[in-house]
Write a protein that binds this ligand. Structure first.
Ligand code: NAD
Ligand code: USQ
Length: 396
C-alpha cells in the first residue's frame, strides 16, 4: 500500500513509518519538524541523540535498501501544498500523528492553548478537506487518545468510542441509539482530540471518508526492532516536565537516581501501551482499512490500565528508586478507576506487552547510557492548569 505518515518524525511516527516500510508499504513522511523546534523553545533535548530526519532516512536506505519519501510541510497551515502532496502520491492510507501532543504544553498559557487548538484542529480538518478535494478514497488512521473519555470512575469498562443510550420518545416508547461517548477532556490538548472526533463523524457521514480513530493510552518504551538496527535510527525519548510521559519519566528518574515525581497522591489511573505495540497496532489498523465503511471505526489502543502510584512502587521495588510526592500542577481527580475494552485490536491479533513483563531493561539501559544528556533542571513539571495550582506549588 502507499501510506503517507503525517508527523512521521515524532516519537510514535518515526518507528511507525519504518515499521510500515519494512512491512512492504511504500511510505512518505510529511512533517514540518516543529517538535524539534519545541525542544529548542523549551531548552531541552531528547535524552537519546536523535539524528536529523534526512540522516535517519539515508541510514534506513543504507540498512534495508528501502526508501521512504519526505515532504517538509505544515499540515495545519499549508493546505495547497498538502493537497498537492496527497494528489501526487494518491495514498491508500494516511496515518495522522501530526498534532501537538502534550497536555502540559497545551496548558502553559494562552499562547500555547491557542497554538494547540489552531495546529491540531486545523491540521485534522485540512487533511479531511484535502481527501475530499483530491477525490481520494484513502483510509485515514488517526492517533487519538483514551483521554477523550475523561478520567472519572465509571461502573462500566469504557466501550470503544460509542455508547448505547435509550431515552423516552414522544409517544411513550423508547428510542435506542449509539452516540459518540460523551467527551470529558482534561486539558486543551485532550479537547482538540475530542473536537477531532466530531470532524471525523461529519466527514464520514457527508463525504464517506473512511476513518479509524485509535484512542491510544500513554506510550512507554523507546526502541523497536527497526530503530535498533543502527544508532542513527534511534527514537526520541522525552523526559522533561512538558513532553515526558509518566512511565518513561519514572524509569529515567530511577536510572539517574532522581526521586520519582508522583503528582498528588498518585491515585490517577491511566491506560498504557508499549511503543512496539503502538507500531504493530498502527499497521494492523492500516492493513484492515477495507473493513472501514460508514461511521468512523474507533479502537481503544491500550495494553492495560495502571495506577501511577502502583507504577512508582513497582519501580521502587525493582530498581530501588525513592518516591517524592509533588504538588500536582494539573487539575485532575486525585483518584480514579479505569477499565477499558480493546476488543477491536485484539480481534485483529493484538497480543499486548505488559509493563510487568517488559518493564525495566530497555528504558533503564537507554536512560543509563545517555544519563549525561539529562538536564535535571528540566525534570519537574512546571506547567500549571491554573493560578491556584501555581500558588499551591509555591507553598510546598
Ligand atoms: P511527537 O510530538 O513526538 O510527534 C508529532 C510529530 O508531528 C512531530 O514530528 C511534529 O513535528 C509533527 N507535527 C506536529 N504538528 C504538525 C503540523 N502542523 N504539520 C506537520 N507536522 C506536524 O508526538 P508523538 O508522541 O509521536 O504522538 C503522535 C500522535 O500520537 C499525537 O497525535 C498524539 O496525540 C498521539 N498519542 C501519543 C501518545 C504518547 O504517549 N506519546 C499517547 C496517545 C496518543
Ligand atoms: N504524572 C505524575 N508524575 C509525572 C508525570 C505525570 O504523577 O512526573 C501523572 C499526571 O499527573 C497524570 C498521569 O501521570 O495523572 C499521566 O500523565 P502523562 O504526562 O504521562 O500523560 P498525559 O498527560 O495523559 O498525556 C500522554 C501523552 C498524550 C496522550 C495521553 C494518553 O502525552 O499525547 O494522549 O498520554 S491518555 O493519558 O490516555 O490521555
Amino acid at each position: 500500500m502507499k501510506v503517507v505518515v503525517l508527523g512521521g518524525d515524532g516519537f510514535c511516527g518515526w518507528p511507525s513509518a519504518v515499521h510500515l516500510s519494512r512491512a512492504g508499504h511504500d511510505v512518505t513522511i510529511v512533517d514540518n519538524l516543529v517538535r524539534r523546534r519545541m525542544d529548542d523553545e523549551l531548552g531541552v533535548q531528547s535524552l537519546t541523540p536523535i539524528t536529523t530526519l534526512t540522516e535517519r532516512l539515508a541510514c534506513w536506505r543504507e540498512q534495508t535498501g528501502l526508501t521512504i519519501g519526505f515532504e517538509e510541510l505544515d499540515v495545519a497551515h499549508e493546505y495547497d501544498r498538502l493537497l498537492a502532496v496527497l494528489g501526487g502520491v494518491r495514498p491508500d492510507a494516511i496515518v495522522h500523528f501530526a498534532e501537538q501532543r502534550s497536555a502540559p504544553y497545551s496548558m502553559k498559557d494562552s499562547a500555547h492553548k491557542r497554538y494547540t487548538i489552531d495546529n491540531n484542529v486545523n491540521g485534522t480538518h485540512n487533511v479531511l478537506a484535502a481527501l475530499v478535494e483530491a477525490h481520494l478514497d484513502a483510509h485515514l488512521v488517526h492517533l487519538g487518545t483514551t483521554g477523550v473519555y475523561g478520567y472519572e470512575t465509571t461502573p462500566v469498562d469504557l466501550p470503544e468510542g460509542y455508547l448505547e443510550v435509550s431515552y423516552p420518545d414522544r409517544s411513550g416508547g423508547t428510542v435506542t441509539r449509539e452516540i459518540l461517548y460523551p467527551s470529558r477532556p482534561g486539558s486543551i490538548y485532550h479537547t482538540t482530540k475530542s473536537l477531532d472526533q466530531l470532524l471525523f463523524q461529519f466527514y464520514a457521514e457527508y463525504d464517506d471518508v473512511r476513518i479509524t480513530d485509535l484512542h491510544q493510552g500513554i506510550v512507554w518504551g523507546t526502541q523497536t526492532d527497526d530503530t535498533r538496527l543502527d544508532d542513527r535510527l534511534i527514537n526520541r525519548f522525552d523526559y522533561d516536565g512538558d513532553f515526558g510521559t509518566v512511565l518513561n519519566r519514572f524509569l529515567m528518574q530511577a536510572a539517574i537516581g532522581y526521586p520519582l515525581t508522583v503528582h498528588g497522591t498518585g491515585g490517577q489511573t491511566r491506560a498504557f501501551i508499549n511503543i512496539q505495540d503502538t507500531v504493530r497496532c498502527v499497521r494492523m489498523a492500516v492493513e484492515s482499512g477495507d473493513q472501514v465503511r460508514g461511521r468512523p471505526r474507533i479502537m481503544n489502543q491500550l495494553a492495560e490500565t495502571l495506577r501511577v502510584l502502583d507504577l512508582a512502587h513497582l519501580i521502587e521495588q525493582k530498581l530501588g528508586a525513592t518516591i517524592q510526592y509533588v504538588s500536582n500542577p494539573r487539575t485532575e481527580a486525585a483518584e480514579n478507576d479505569l477499565l477499558m475494552r480493546n476488543d477491536h485490536l485484539r480481534a485483529l491479533g493484538f497480543d499486548p506487552i505488559l509493563v510487568e513483563e517488559g518493564l525495566m531493561t530497555e528504558s533503564v539501559e537507554i536512560a543509563t547510557r545517555y544519563a549525561d544528556r539529562c538536564d535535571r533542571s528540566k525534570i519537574l513539571a512546571q506547567s500549571y492548569w491554573n493560578d491556584k495550582r501555581r500558588d499551591a506549588a509555591r507553598d510546598v
